[in-house]
Design a protein around this ligand. Sequence first.
Ligand SMILES: Nc1ncnc2c1ncn2[C@@H]1O[C@H](COP(=O)(O)OP(=O)(O)OP(=O)(O)O)[C@@H](O)[C@H]1O
Ligand SMILES: [Mg+2]
Ligand SMILES: [Zn+2]
Length: 328
Amino acid sequence: MALDRKQLARARARLEARRTETAARQERLEQEIFARVPELRRTEGELRSLLGGLVSAAAEGGPEAAGRVAELDERTRALCARRAALLRAHGYAPDALDGTPVCRNCGDTGYLSDGSPCACLLALYREERNAELRRLAEAGAHGFDAVELRWYRGADRENMEINLTICRDFVGTFGPDSLNLLFQGGTGLGKTLLSRCVAAAVAEAGFPVVYETAQDAFTVFETQKFSRDAESYHAATERVDQILDCDLLILDDLGTELTTSFTQSALYYILDTRLNRNKKTIISTNLDDRELARRYLPQIVSRINGEYHTLLFRGEDIRSQKKRERYL
Ligand SMILES: Nc1ncnc2c1ncn2[C@@H]1O[C@H](COP(=O)(O)OP(=O)(O)OP(=O)(O)O)[C@@H](O)[C@H]1O
Ligand SMILES: [Mg+2]
Ligand SMILES: [Zn+2]
């Protein structure tokens, strides 16, 4: 099973949340126990200092330390027995103060001592992966049937029929020889809807698929470049890697971002890297060819013109048509 980074990150986050929650629950239980049995607070404190002494004595080494280790060990055992008895007497499990992880194999860290992922992490990962597939499938729940032709008239309908045929074929034959697609046309004509259907179907066939609006994708690159803490840097880097490396990237709404030299270079980098790796991309945009040429660097425009097959979206804004229909 090839691990998808975004879903793995989510699975890890859930494990982390579980660890935090377990720790918080343990803390509450501890406070409750200490309030009811004050002696246990004292034994707990004593136990901690005994253990501290044990560790430093053991680290010291030598015959003298060995004697002290034995003595401390003896007292620790006695105290533990006392503690277990007290807990039992008050109706608690004898190990109630020890704090048990949900997963005993990895202590809820998600990884075994040899560095391999634990079964519990893989189970969470599978859940995340299925959830992601469900989310995508929701968008294309009825496959391409969600894309109705009745909203397009005359030549626009014929045009849309061709788009649908190309997309069905794209899904059916998806692989290294697939085309890159540019969905181009006015607002409310089904570009996002159709691209989600394609994404869902390709993901269902088992390929890693990422759907991002161009704006969001650029923000991820920005976060990676300008983040100040390691955690957001790593999270952003994982997403950047996915954007660059997934088998199919849907880059929706290109041209709605505030275009800066940063977004230009990020876009160039995305398109160029993916072409070099022979990974497929679907771009959707409201901009026509002239607007694209005016807004983006020649190196970007040249790649789109040369390497992408254009599907035009024509007709009357389906958002407005549906709105009108609701009021009729
Ligand atoms: N062929 C269609 N059949 C049924 N509903 C459609 C169709 N095309 C679009 N819609 C609906 O119309 C709305 C707008 O569609 P969509 O978001 O796909 O348009 P778009 O081309 O991406 O527009 P924009 O350029 O503004 O992003 C959505 O609610 C969508 O579900
Ligand atoms: Mg859209
Ligand atoms: Zn585990």
